[in-house]
Design a protein around this ligand. Structure first.
Ligand code: ZN
Length: 474
């Protein structure tokens, strides 16, 4: 019985690990590597295992850095079940189909150029048909509903509070009369996050595989963050402009709409026209809407008074490109939520092009902006930016609102871990080395925990607790 660490060992994206029990191989996540062209080229590399020899996949949540290579896994021979939460199953339909389409479009664009240069056309990493095949293999479970996925291995999902349907995975594995409880944290959310429940407390584990994205860091106070957002909206009313909010389709968009509803009177939202300008965010919102049993108490209470989507009376769901273009007629009084979250593509680009050069307008960033993205250049307050080949003057106010992260910070991670009694050994995944080291320090000091930073190729024997790396003892 052992675990091998592959993806998201020593980095943040590309989550993927293998649990072997009784000669059955179970993949925990099959995520896409993200963050620039060079890193992303690794997605096409052969898997460090035989895809057709995997018996089952357990998927912690729908985010692409956890699910994005499932279609490729299927293309390369995997045909077993993909176990995940029912809500993740629904969200995967949007995210994997979109991922396939993006890949196909990208390849098509490159091929137009290559043909002119007399070069061989490229193939997309995977197609919409591969995504559809992967989706057909998904099996949805509820939280706290144990399922024996291969003989001797039972999986139970607990709420991770990160996005809708996100799971902490509890695995009970038995081999030759020895049973081990392995807990895989997936991505953990913040406590008191809007809409979702808090990460669920577990009390026993023999081994914990834990994310460490925000090791060594603390988020800004949530209530303060929300108050700041309200201030920006009031200020924008005074300047008479539009507000553009680049937001990710799953999670952040729904959270913002929820906050608009919760503070509707206080923020005088009646003065605004609100646009959700993203077919993907609209679909994701519908899935959030259809899973009210997964809400926390406050969201449940708020939801009770509202019958239909959209929940805000001044909210317009802009599905078509024409709907999106029509938003341009507003010179002020519009709040526009559109993707992509880092302004690296999508409809937000044409809104920025129309609005950035006028000083009464506002751009509000509510999520992380990676190096090299247009979002990052705006956050850095560059005087001019390039959009669709045009140089655009940045006269609008640019705000960065921290504290709305879907990931728990160091205090949240410690709070979640503290419910295990006694403190089990921890293997840190899903974090840059620096964050993981900080978290290791904290857990050693605070809980006396034995913490190990993982690297790709590390293998943990779950019976003897011996650790090896490519066959060499550590
Ligand atoms: Zn995630």
């Amino acid at each position: 019985m052992n675990i091998e660490f592959f993806g998201a060992a020593g980095e943040v994206t590309g989550s993927c690990h293998i649990l072997s029990v009784n000669n059955h191989r179970i993949l925990l996540d099959c995520g896409m590597i993200q963050g620039g062209r060079k890193a992303e080229a690794r997605n096409r590399d052969p898997f460090p295992f035989d895809a057709s020899a995997i018996d089952a996949v357990v998927l912690s949540h729908a985010h692409i850095d956890h699910s994005g290579r499932l279609p490729l896994l299927v293309r390369r021979g995997f045909s077993g079940p993909i176990w995940t939460h029912r809500a993740s199953q629904a969200l995967c339909h949007i995210l994997l189909e979109d991922s396939a389409r993006l890949g196909e479009n990208d390849t098509e664009r490159k091929n137009r150029k290559r043909v002119r240069q007399g070069k061989e056309p490229l193939q997309p990493m995977y197609t919409s048909a591969d995504a559809a095949a992967a989706l057909r293999l998904t099996r949805g479970l509820r939280y706290r509903e144990p399922e024996e996925i291969v003989p001797g291995v039972t999986v139970t999902f607990k709420d991770a509070g990160h996005i809708l349907g996100s799971c902490v995975v509890e695995i009970k594995a038995t081999e030759k009369n020895e049973t081990r409880t392995i807990v895989f944290s997936g991505d953990l959310g913040q406590y008191d996050t809007p809409i979702l429940c808090d990460p669920e407390a577990l009390t026993h584990a023999d081994v914990v595989l834990m994310e460490s994205t925000y090791g060594g860091r603390q988020h800004r106070d949530r209530e303060q963050t929300i108050a700041e957002l309200g201030q920006i909206i009031k200020h924008a009313k005074e300047t008479g402009g539009n507000i553009m909010i680049p937001a990710f389709a799953v999670g952040r968009s729904q959270e913002l709409l929820y906050l608009f509803g919760r503070h509707y009177d206080e923020w005088q939202m009646d003065d605004w026209k609100i646009y959700l300008d993203s077919p993907m965010a609209i679909e994701a919102s519908e899935i959030y809407w259809d899973h009210p049993h997964l809400y926390d108490d406050e969201a449940t209470k708020l939801r009770k008074g509202v019958r239909d989507m959209p929940p805000l009376k001044n909210l317009t769901l802009s599905k078509s490109a024409d709907d999106s273009r029509r938003i341009n007629r507003h010179k002020g009084g519009a709040i526009i939520l559109a993707g992509s979250g880092m302004c690296s593509g999508g409809r937000i680009l044409h809104h920025l092009k129309h609005n950035l050069w006028r000083k009464q307008n506002h751009v509000v960033f509510v999520g992380y902006q990676a190096k090299g993205s247009l979002g990052r250049r705006l956050v850095e307050k560059r005087p001019y930016v390039r959009i669709h080949g045009d140089n655009i003057k940045v006269a609008a106010h640019v705000h960065t609102v921290g504290g709305l992260s879907a990931h728990g910070d160091e205090l949240d991670l410690a709070r979640w871990y503290s419910s295990f009694k006694p403190s089990p050994p921890v293997y840190l995944v899903h974090g840059e080395k620096r964050s993981a080291r900080k978290l290791k320090e904290k857990f050693s000091d605070e809980f006396g925990a034995r913490v190990t930073l993982t690297d790709p190729g590390m293998k943990l024997d779950l019976i003897t607790n011996k650790l090896t790396s490519r066959g060499v003892p550590l």
